[in-house]
Write a new protein. Sequence first.
Length: 345
Amino acid sequence: MTTVPILTGRRLPRWSTPVVAAAAILVGLVLQFGGISPLGLAPALFAAIGFIVARSTWSWILEGRRHATDRLMGSLVVGALLLALVPLVWILITVAIRGYSVMNTEFITGTMRNIGPRVEGGGIGHAFVGTLQQVGIAALISLPIGIMTAIQLVEYGRGKTLSRWISFFVDVMTGVPSIVAGLFIYTAVILTFGFSQSGFAAGLALTILMIPVVVRSTEEMLRIVPNSLREGALALGIPKWRVITFVVLPTAISGIITGAMLAIARVAGETAPLLLTTFLAQDVNFNAFDGSQTALPTFIWDQISRGTAPAIDRAWGGAYALILFVLVLYAAARVIAAVFAPARE
């Protein structure tokens, strides 16, 4: 019996990465303060390219081509990740700094009634109520429809023509711009049937945006449930609807809840459909079926459009509150998913 020898060779020392990174950063700082842009590149970009080239070259000389290629691709992947994170972190930090400065009890509970664009004060209380009602209406309508549609596609409609058409239209709805959903509700509900602009109309527009997200997330969760669970339950003579209700859904419930919460968080920041279906109000409107309402996204848009310093500060505060609201939804999705996750032995 012959054995294949394990190829061992020299490897880059563990301190190589921080040393090369420190050298690249030092070169970038020198170029930055010196006002030099080699090859027309920004000093930070030139330093990043220099790090990748220097580390890969060192690896090629010491470790060989295969290890150098692996390190090169790893550096490119990490670089792409950092490149995507930089603007995201920059936005979050900017919103947190600008928004936190105006956050107080009065701002959270107050409204914009009798508050002019040049006047300090005001708050987002009416906008937060509107967001809760509109997103709640959308969730109450879209979650049952989306989950039932996913059950039809996975459990009953495999290979059927109708299911293929449903799946096709779900894909189409996923790519529909949000303003189109608002325009549809404005035309079909408000103009055609005579309904007034209201939180309910806004909730219907958000429902159109939520349904495809709920369908796709639920569908993927149902597909990863092992068929052996279904077959075992059916072999005992249990009706299929009971198998779905008491076996399939409990197994996939954590993923379904996560997808539902993410769909809610996704529509919570929509602005365009709300401008067409409910527009603005400067005070709290608890009746979602009559009269305009303000939501957090439309509050931000309204304050930005006014252009004064107090209004822009309020817009930053509204943006910070909206981010916190979405963050709470994401955290709740993770907690609920962990609570309802099936126990593993």
